[in-house]
Design a protein around this ligand. Structure first.
Ligand code: HAM
Length: 530
């Protein structure tokens, strides 16, 4: 049996009704706050996430689904170009290279007995290129092939210090340029980088302040557990625009947070906790990072391997560490709040003032730094008790420098992403999927030979926005139709027999009360609607 890949899952009815309920409710809320939908691609260049989310984050360093696209075609293009350039006009390729490569070869290679050459073609000097050179070595050493020259033909420059030799014979590297552009591609692990990429690509600053939302799958290669999947869904929003559009104002932060409180309340999720912090401007973060580096220097050897590395490369990420033994050390480290200067402090105070005034409760958490590098100033998470270890139902914050980091103009922004899987999970306790599922209003049961008349009736009733389940006349006994109607959860069953069609009035039975009446065709919809 072929099963869904580990960490992915099928969402099935009736659960999907709850997902639709959530999505309809959030779309309503987004509308009320004047947010509009954006849909960005599910995959982007790897570079976008490396530069946007940060090389040292868990997401980029360990969790991305990445592949190289177009590499094979590029390898083959090099092979073809080189071979064509070397042959005399009337020599077909096949005559020159008896084991001619095809576009499907692992890496194209050519053995040219006339020239006593063996050639490996690779767009860049990759691990596969080394493997092919190793194979060439084995072929020569075992005497299978005789050649005096080993060539590596590539398009990208070979890495510094590259050298490879076979018993004294050095590989000769030849560079040729081809019109091919293999790229590293990544399934998006989050959507903020994609939205900011689109903001820059489409010059969305022309519209002033952009208030955008998205709903869609994201991908992270995390260890799957309850509430943590490799394909999961986010409902997110981003407010981004040029500074002159007011994108930097604390009023934006507060509005986003108040909207989230409204949204959760609207869904009936009441026992959430908003944890709030300011992670400072990028300059303040530089100072904080330095203070952490100094504080960690004498301590890091007692910490986990990841922390030892992060203590040097990006000390802020040490604060994300979940290893229990490291927590007492982390507890004693300097706090970002002590590094905030006047402007950031004022911004943070203003956000808190508005939240207090509009009545949104929050808890300050000076340890909250979030696992992505782009955050500046306001950072937050909403947690929910029912979720257990993976208790962050949503997270977000400001990213005032992200656009610039991606090569765009200054465009301060703030946003969040809700983990939809977790949101649905915390809803499930109080709101079972069955309670939001719209069951059939009526089940139409055609007697023998009455399928066409039943279909006509179904078509009429569905035009009245009724949910109609249409049976067929293969159930020779009416009892089976009744069973099917009950199973589907229909309110009524409507019998379509020859006599009914002649009389243009149909037997309609209420399955809950057992009441059965004959209803003229013209009055059916109204009677069923109740
Ligand atoms: P994040 O904190 O990485 O932020 O993810 C947001 C939410 O997505 C988490 O709070 C969690 O509910 C959910 N989530 C993350 N990973 C998984 C997983 N493996 N399985 C199930 N749910 C998961 C971001 O992604 C930022 N882009 C949020 C943002 C938007 N910041 C500013 N704008």
């Amino acid at each position: 049996m072929i099963k869904a890949v580990r960490g992915t899952r099928d969402l099935l009815p009736p659960d999907t009704a709850l997902w639709n309920f959530v999505e309809a409710a959030v779309r309503d809320v987004f509308r009320a706050y004047n947010f509009q939908e954006i849909r960005t691609p599910v995959f982007e260049t790897t570079e976008l996430f490396a530069r946007g989310v940060g090389e040292e984050t868990d997401i980029v360093s360990k969790e991305m689904f990445t592949w190289e696209d177009g590499a094979k075609a590029a390898d083959y293009a090099i092979y073809k170009k080189w071979m064509v350039s070397k042959r005399s006009a009337d020599t077909p390729l096949a005559a020159m290279d008896p084991n001619m490569a095809t576009a499907d070869s692992p890496l194209p290679t050519a053995y040219l007995p006339d020239k006593k050459q063996y050639v490996v073609f690779a767009f860049r000097v990759s691990a596969e290129a080394y493997r092919e050179l190793g194979r060439a070595k084995a072929l020569k050493n075992s005497g299978v092939l005789q050649f005096d020259e080993l060539l590596l033909v590539t398009s990208e420059p070979a890495p510094e210090g590259f050298s490879f030799d076979i018993g004294g014979m050095k590989v000769k590297v030849e560079r040729i340029l081809v019109d091919a552009n293999p790229q590293f591609i990544t399934l998006r692990p989050e959507n903020t980088a994609g939205v900011v990429r689109a903001y820059i690509e489409h010059k969305l600053w022309d519209r002033g302040l952009n208030k955008l939302y998205y709903i869609g799958p994201q991908f992270r290669r995390e260890r799957p557990q309850k509430g943590r999947y490799r394909q999961f869904y986010q409902i997110g929003a981003e407010v981004i625009g040029p500074p002159a559009s007011g994108s930097e104002s604390p009023a934006r932060d507060a509005e986003v947070l108040e909207m989230l409180a409204t949204l959760l309340d609207r869904l009936g999720i009441t026992d959430w906790n908003l944890e709030l912090n300011s992670v400072g401007s990028s300059q303040e973060r530089v100072k904080f990072n330095e203070a952490l580096r100094v504080a960690l220097a004498p301590l890091k050897d007692k910490m986990c391997a990841d922390c030892q590395r992060r203590a040097v490369t990006n000390p802020l990420r040490v604060l994300d560490c979940k290893v229990p033994e490291d927590q007492p050390i982390i507890e004693e480290l300097p706090r970002i709040t002590d590094f905030l200067e006047e402007e950031s402090r004022k911004h943070f105070d203003a956000v808190q003032d508005i939240l207090t005034k509009v009545g949104v409760k929050f808890t300050l958490n000076p340890r909250l730094v979030r696992g992505l590098d782009y955050y500046t100033r306001t950072a937050f998470e909403f947690t929910h008790g029912a979720l257990g270890a993976q208790n962050a139902i949503l997270g977000g914050g400001r990213y005032d420098g992200l656009s610039e980091a991606l090569g765009g103009p200054a465009a301060p922004g703030i946003g969040f992403a809700i983990g939809e899987d977790r949101l649905v999970m915390s809803l499930q306790e109080k709101t079972p999927a069955e309670s939001v599922l719209r069951k059939p209003d009526v089940y139409i049961a055609p007697m023998a030979g009455m399928n066409a008349d039943a279909a006509k009736l179904a078509r009429e009733l569905r035009r009245h926005d009724l949910v109609v389940e249409l049976g067929d006349d293969s159930f020779r006994k009416l009892k089976k139709s009744f069973e099917a109607a009950e199973k589907a959860g229909a309110k009524y069953i409507l019998i379509v027999g020859e006599n009914e069609v002649k009389a243009d009035a149909f037997a309609l039975k209420n399955l809950a009360t057992g009441e059965q009446v004959s209803v003229p065709r013209a009055e059916l919809a109204q009677k069923i609607q109740g």
